[in-house]
Design a protein around this ligand. Structure first.
Ligand code: ARG
Length: 427
C-alpha cells in the first residue's frame, strides 16, 4: 500500500530501488514514529481538528502498536514502503475513518524528521551512559595502579617517566571533552521539528507548542524551513560527537595493542580475552582492540560521508536524505558496541608493576637527574651539558627517586578533579 496511491502500480524495480534499506531501518525508528504520532493525535484533538473521542481512539491504538513494537512483533511487509505507511495502515484497519485522519496537517517529511530526532536524543543518552561507565572504569584502574610507573615516549623513543595513573587518567579526562560534544549534539536534536509538515508548515491551525511539550523537547525549531533543514544536520552533528569519542577510543585501543606486544610488555589480559592463531600455537592476539581501532577509524570518517551526502542540497526535502538513515543507524550501534567492549575488556587488564627496572629504560630518568642538579645549584644549561657528557661517557647513573608534585603530574594525577570535571561536563 502506498500512502500516495493514485491507482497505478509503481514498477517493481523502481520500488526496490527507492525503498532501499528503509523497511529494515524503520523497524528501529518505528517506536519513535508512534510516540510522535500520539503527540500529533493529541494535538489534533486539543485544537479541535479531530474530536476528543477520535483523539482517544487514535492514541489508544497507537499505545497498542507501541506495545507490539516493544514485544518485537512489529513488521513492515513488502507491500508497505516504510514505517509510516504500515502504522497508518494499522490505524485505518482498526479505526476506519478515524484512522484516516491521523495524517491531517503532517507529512512523512516531518514524521521521519521528528522520529529521527527522538531516536538520536535517546541514543545519545545511551552513549553518554556508556561513556560514563568507561570513564569510571578508567579512573578506578588509574587509582588502583596510581603509583606504578611506566615509560613515557616522544617520537616513540623512550622519553620520561610516566605512570599508569597518568596514562589511564588521560583517557578518562579526554572522555570529558567527548561528553561536551555529545551534549551539544543532544541539544541540537532536542528541538521539535513536528508541524513543519512537507517543509513549509500547514494551513491548519496546528499547535506546535503542544507537541513540543508533549514530546519533551527543550524547544522547537521555530522556522519550518529550518526544521526541514535539520534533516541530515542532526545526523551530522551526532556523527561529529561520535567521531570525537571514536578518536579517544581508537587511540586507547592502539596504545593497548602496543603495550600488549611482547616488545613492550606493560599490560596483560586473561587468555579468554584474547584470540588465537590458526598456525602459531603461542599466540594471544588483541583482536578486540584491533577491531575497536578499525571501527573507530571508520566512525571518524562518518561526518565526512554525511557532509558529502548533503553538501550542496538546496533547502527543502530531497530523497537523498533517506540515505542518512543507513549511515547513522548502524554507526550508532557500532559506537555503542565499541564503548561496551572497551569497558568489558579493560576491566580485566593487569599491569606489569616493575617495568622501569629494565636497563633499557634507565635514560627515562635523565631529565629528573639533571633537574636535581639544577635544584642543587647548577644552572640548567650547564647541568644539561654535564648530563649529556656523562651519558656519552657511560658514567650516567639514573636518579630514580623522582618527585613530581605539580597538578596533573605523576605525583598528583588529579583523579578527583577529573571526576569533578566529568560531572560538570555531563550535565
Ligand atoms: N523514507 C523517506 C525518508 O526517509 C520518508 C519521507 C518520504 N517523503 C517523500 N516526500 N517521499 O526520507
Amino acid at each position: 500500500m502506498k500512502l500516495w496511491d493514485k491507482g497505478f502500480k509503481t514498477d517493481e524495480k523502481i520500488d526496490i530501488f527507492t525503498v532501499g534499506a528503509d523497511r529494515e531501518l524503520d523497524l528501529l525508528l518505528a517506536k519513535y514514529d508512534v510516540i510522535a504520532s500520539r503527540a500529533h493525535a493529541q494535538m489534533l484533538a486539543s485544537t479541535g481538528l479531530i474530536t476528543l473521542k477520535e483523539g482517544t481512539l487514535l492514541t489508544g491504538e497507537l499505545d497498542r502498536i507501541e506495545k507490539e513494537i516493544d514485544a518485537g512483533n512489529f513488521t513492515i511487509e513488502d507491500q508497505f514502503e516504510d514505517m509510516h505507511s504500515k502504522i497508518e495502515y494499522l490505524l485505518i484497519e482498526e479505526l476506519g475513518d478515524t484512522g484516516k485522519k491521523i495524517h491531517t496537517a503532517r507529512s512523512r517529511n516531518d514524521q521521519v524528521l521528528v522520529a529521527m530526532q527522538l531516536y538520536l536524543r535517546e541514543e545519545i543518552n545511551s552513549m553518554k551512559a556508556l561513556t560514563l561507565d568507561l570513564f569510571d572504569i578508567l579512573l578506578n584502574l588509574a587509582k588502583t595502579y596510581q603509583d606504578v610507573l611506566m615509560p613515557g615516549y616522544t617520537h616513540l623513543q623512550v622519553a620520561m617517566p610516566s605512570s599508569f595513573a597518568l596514562w589511564l587518567g588521560a583517557y578518562a579526562e579526554s572522555l570529558a571533552d567527548d561528553m561536551l560534544m555529545l551534549n551539544t549534539a543532544h541539544r541540537i536534536c532536542d528541538q521539535n521539528p513536528l508541524g513543519s509538515a512537507a517543509g513549509y508548515g500547514s494551513s491548519f491551525p496546528i499547535d506546535r507548542e503542544f507537541t513540543t511539550e508533549a514530546l519533551g523537547f527543550a524547544t522547537m525549531k521555530y522556522n519550518v524551513v529550518a526544521a526541514q533543514m535539520g534533516r541530515g544536520k542532526v545526523e551530522k552533528h551526532t556523527a561529529y560527537a561520535m567521531a570525537g569519542l571514536a578518536g579517544t577510543l581508537g587511540k586507547l585501543a592502539m596504545d593497548i595493542c602496543l603495550y600488549l606486544s611482547q616488545n613492550f610488555d606493560f599490560i596483560s589480559f586473561p587468555k579468554e580475552f584474547t584470540t588465537g592463531s590458526s598456525i602459531m600455537p603461542h599466540k594471544k592476539n588483541p583482536d578486540v582492540f584491533e577491531l575497536i581501532r578499525g571501527k573507530c577509524n571508520k566512525l571518524q570518517a562518518l561526518p565526512n560521508t554525511l557532509a558529502m551526502l548533503t553538501t550542496n542540497l538546496p533547502s527543502g526535502y530531497h530523497r537523498d536524505l533517506q540515505l542518512c538513515k543507513e549511515l547513522i543507524v548502524p554507526a550508532i550501534q557500532e559506537m555503542k558496541s565499541c564503548l561496551e567492549m572497551t569497558a568489558f575488556s579493560i576491566k580485566e587488564m593487569k599491569v606489569n608493576t616493575n617495568i622501569l627496572e629494565e636497563e633499557k629504560y634507565q635514560y627515562l630518568f635523565s631529565v629528573d637527574t639533571l633537574n636535581q642538579m639544577v635544584l642543587d645549584g647548577i644552572p640548567f644549561r650547564e647541568a644539561y651539558r654535564q648530563m649529556g657528557e656523562s651519558i656519552d661517557k657511560g658514567t650516567y647513573t639514573p636518579h630514580r627517586d623522582i618527585h613530581h608534585t605539580h597538578t596533573g603530574s605523576i605525583g598528583k594525577p588529579a583523579l578527583q578533579e577529573i571526576r569533578n570535571k566529568m560531572k560538570r561536563f555531563s550535565e
